[in-house]
Ligand binder design. Structure first.
Ligand SMILES: [Cu+2]
Length: 152
């Protein structure tokens, strides 16, 4: 192995050690109201690293589209606004939760049954790929009175 290559590998290992991966916590999906063919996914992302991380691509083989949305209140009416990318600050965390940021899983390709798991892929701007296995929960388990009207 050449000196040059070895130095490169050590640099790479150093970069990996210095930047621990993002952690995805409390990931869950909730059934949409009857007749609505979308699901909302929530989780908390923790960034234990020393650099901001940007999530920019979301997909699932089980859905036609996965979009990052933010629910915003305007004149007392909740609107969902598409968000192109999500920055998780160094040493910080971002929570996707009812009434705020969420992933919208649109047009399921297989039947949605509570208890089933769905694989979600999240890609960072640098190409790092995360795979989350999300359990689908019944809407009544959400415990809220969230209004999740959808813009199309
Ligand atoms: Cu939405």
């Amino acid at each position: 192995m050449s000196r040059h290559l070895l130095a490169g590998l050590l640099l790479f290992a150093g970069a990996v050690l210095a930047d621990p991966p993002l952690r995805f916590l409390q990931a869950r999906l909730y059934e949409a109201p009857p007749g609505v063919e979308t699901l909302a996914a929530y989780f908390t992302i923790e960034n234990p690293g020393s650099a901001d991380r940007v999530l920019r691509r979301f997909r699932s083989d089980d859905f036609a589209r996965v979009e990052l949305h933010e629910t915003r209140l305007e004149d007392g009416v909740a609107h969902m606004v598409p968000v192109p990318a999500l920055t998780v600050p160094a040493g910080g965390r971002v929570a996707l939760a009812p009434g705020g940021l969420h992933l919208m899983l649109i047009e399921p390709k297989r039947p949605l049954r509570a208890g089933d798991h769905f694989l979600l892929e999240i890609e960072e701007a640098d190409g790092t790929l995360h795979q989350l296995l999300l359990p689908l929960r019944r809407r009544e388990d959400a415990g809220g009175h969230e209004h999740h009207s959808h813009h199309d």
